[in-house]
Design a protein around this ligand. Structure first.
Ligand code: B12
Ligand code: SF4
Ligand code: SF4
Length: 264
């Protein structure tokens, strides 16, 4: 159900066997990074997913992972290991669940009982044996179906299966250079970049606390832009304002395509 995300078809062995990514791997360390913002967007403006309010997480978390790796090495001596965040064939959510950090909700997200799901997942695979945490055994979704009922495009299927090819996040971010399908018109609920619906409705996210990481401090324009400001944005200004933002993944053309699509 990956649509045009053809990279999902590849490297099955690497996804399921970390020793193929890090020879001799013995341990997976999972880290969560809170990105929940305390501010919100202008309520009438085209919506941007909260993870994209600030700087690109790939850049800032990768730096932090490298610093963390060095710190561990300084403490226990040299070893071999690599850090990953969203950019390699690593089953990040499954490893996070195996590491005891939470359960996979019906919305497909890794949810932590004490702090919700507005977290990025980062993974370190290392060739050192550790004392292991137990997997999170319990699922706290119970009989709740809020995310399934609220998903604007019916992308959440039974059995914790997400149809990625129907997710607004896929359409607005991953489907670059392509027209959006007509049968999805009027269904995006004003989401222009990503979608937070299945997390916003999740009762476990009432425990979300604002991030203290300066990298995720919202870009002023994301909070303040009106619909007209977005529509009047030039390519030059886009490149300047969003040069360190996740929005650059969609490029100017993609953002303009999304704006047109949600206003039609
Ligand atoms: C491709 C991708 C997408 C695609 C497809 C999403 C999907 N559900 O698969 C699209 C573009 C739609 C997408 C959207 C989003 N994504 Co995304 N995405 C990824 C990516 C790169 C791969 C996910 C993947 O492998 N999917 C395939 C399915 C099969 O795997 P899975 O859902 O992760 O986990 C299932 C399997 O692992 C299976 N399973 C369990 N045990 C085992 C064992 C084995 C051996 C196997 C084979 C399988 C298996 O059960 C799990 C539950 O179904 C990951 C980063 C990464 N490398 O993991 C980020 C990631 C999942 N995304 C993330 C985020 C934040 C989002 C969005 C919230 C962004 C947004 N606001 O718009 C939405 C949420 C959509 C949703 N409800 O899932 C975060 C999730 C953080 C969290 N707390 O869970 C991740 C982990 C990135 C990160 N490093 O932080 N994403
Ligand atoms: S991110 Fe939005 S479109 Fe995607 S599964 Fe969740 S609610 Fe549905
Ligand atoms: S909204 Fe309800 S069913 Fe969906 S993930 Fe959250 S607790 Fe689970």
């Amino acid at each position: 159900m990956h649509g045009e995300m053809h990279y999902m078809e590849k490297y099955f062995e690497l996804r399921t066997d970390p020793t193929q990514l890090v020879p001799g791997a013995k341990s997976v360390i999972t880290l969560l990074k809170n990105y929940y913002p305390k501010e919100s967007q202008n309520p009438d403006a085209p919506k941007v997913s909260k993870y994209a309010y600030g700087k690109d997480y790939h850049e800032s978390i990768r730096q932090q992972l490298n610093i963390f790796l060095d710190k561990i090495k300084n403490n226990i001596g040299d070893f071999h290991g690599r850090g990953f965040v969203d950019s390699a064939p690593v089953l990040e959510r499954s490893w996070a669940q195996q590491s005891g950090l939470g359960w996979i909700g019906k919305n497909g997200m890794l949810i932590n009982k004490g702090s919700g799901s507005f977290y990025f997942i980062a993974t370190l695979i290392i060739d050192v044996e550790l004392e292991y945490d137990l997997p999170a055994a319990k699922d706290f979704c119970g009989s709740c179906t809020r995310c399934i009922d609220a998903c604007p495009t019916d992308a959440i299927l039974p059995g914790k299966v997400i149809d990625g090819s129907k997710c607004i996040s896929y359409f607005t971010i991953e489907l670059k250079e392509m027209l959006l399908p007509d049968d999805m018109k009027q269904k995006f609920d004003n989401w222009m970049f990503g979608c937070d619906v299945c997390q916003d409705v999740c009762p476990w996210n009432r425990f979300s606390k604002p991030t203290g990481d300066a990298a995720f401090r919202p870009i002023a324009e994301i909070l303040n832009f009106t619909e007209n400001d977005w529509n009047d944005l030039t390519e030059e200004s886009f490149k300047e304002i969003f040069r360190h933002s996740p929005l650059k993944r969609s490029k100017y053309k993609g953002i303009m395509r999304n704006l047109k699509f949600i206003s039609e």
